[in-house]
Write a protein that binds this ligand. Structure first.
Ligand SMILES: [Zn+2]
Length: 229
C-alpha cells in the first residue's frame, strides 16, 4: 500500500482516483456479488475483483450479508458536509447496516465476527468502527490505497485467499459486542437511557453500571464509560 491505512486527510483525488461527488462516476462502477447470499453491490471497477473475493471469503467463513442492507457506490457527500463520500467514487461498501449502525455517540455495535475486520484490513480496507472519536460507522469499509494498490491487493488476495493459504492474524479485532457509552458533559442517566433506547430506562442503566457510578445515580462524570444493557 502506497498510503496509510489510518490517514483520512489524503483523499481519493490525491491518490489518483479523480474527482468524487458531485462528479457522476457511475460509468466506472461494476457490480459484484456475494455468491452464497446473492448480495450485490456496485463498486469502482478497479477494486471490484478484490471486493468480490472479500465478500465471498466472508461468506465462506460463515458470515452472511443481507441483500437489502448492503451497498456500495452512491454519488453523495459525507452526511452533513460538502465533502465527497468515498461511496461517490465507489471505493466504499456498507455491509449489513441494520446490525452495524452508524452513530455519533461513540457507540460501537457490530455483529461482525472477530476475523472479519482483520480480513478486510489486510487487503487495504479501513473499517469505520475504528474511527477515532464519537463517530463510529461499523457498517463501512473503505479502500485506502491508490489505483495501483488495488491491483497489488488483488494479487495478494488471489495468492492468499483463492489458493487457500492460512492468513496470519493482523489488525485490531472489533471491540466486544457489548455497547459502551462515554459520558459527556451535561448528560444524566435518564437522558442517556432515553437517547440509547435502553429497555428499563435509567434504572436499568444504573444497575448495570453501579460499580462504575457508585451509590448516587445522579453523580455521573464526563469521561465515565458505561456499559449499555
Ligand atoms: Zn459507508
Amino acid at each position: 500500500m502506497r498510503f496509510s491505512m489510518s490517514n483520512y486527510k489524503v483523499g481519493p483525488t490525491a491518490k489518483g482516483w479523480g474527482h468524487g461527488w458531485s462528479t457522476d462516476r457511475s460509468k466506472d462502477q461494476s457490480r459484484v456479488k456475494a455468491d452464497r447470499s446473492g448480495t450485490k453491490v456496485n463498486v469502482h471497477k478497479r477494486i471490484a475483483p478484490l471486493v468480490d473475493i472479500l465478500l465471498d471469503e466472508s461468506e465462506r467463513r460463515g458470515y452472511r450479508f443481507n441483500p437489502k442492507t448492503c451497498g456500495g457506490y452512491v454519488n453523495r457527500a459525507i452526511k452533513g458536509t460538502q465533502r465527497p463520500s468515498n461511496h461517490s467514487w465507489g471505493l466504499a461498501v456498507d455491509l449489513n447496516w441494520d446490525r452495524n449502525p452508524e452513530n455519533f455517540h461513540g457507540v460501537l455495535k457490530t455483529d461482525f465476527p472477530a476475523w472479519m475486520v482483520p480480513l478486510w484490513n489486510r487487503y487495504g480496507f479501513a473499517w469505520g468502527g475504528h474511527y477515532r472519536g464519537r463517530h463510529k460507522d461499523p457498517m463501512h469499509f473503505e479502500f485506502m490505497g491508490a489505483p495501483a494498490d488495488a491491483d497489488d491487493m488483488l494479487a495478494k488476495a488471489r495468492r492468499e485467499i483463492l489458493q487457500r493459504k492460512p492468513i496470519p492474524q493482523q489488525g485490531k479485532p472489533p471491540q466486544a459486542a457489548a455497547q459502551r457509552y462515554t459520558v459527556k458533559s451535561g448528560d444524566n442517566l435518564s437522558s442517556i437511557a432515553s437517547h440509547l433506547k435502553v429497555g428499563g430506562g435509567w434504572n436499568a442503566l444504573y444497575q448495570r453500571n453501579k460499580a462504575v457510578i457508585g451509590p448516587d445515580p445522579n453523580k455521573i462524570k464526563p469521561g465515565m464509560v458505561l456499559t449499555v444493557p
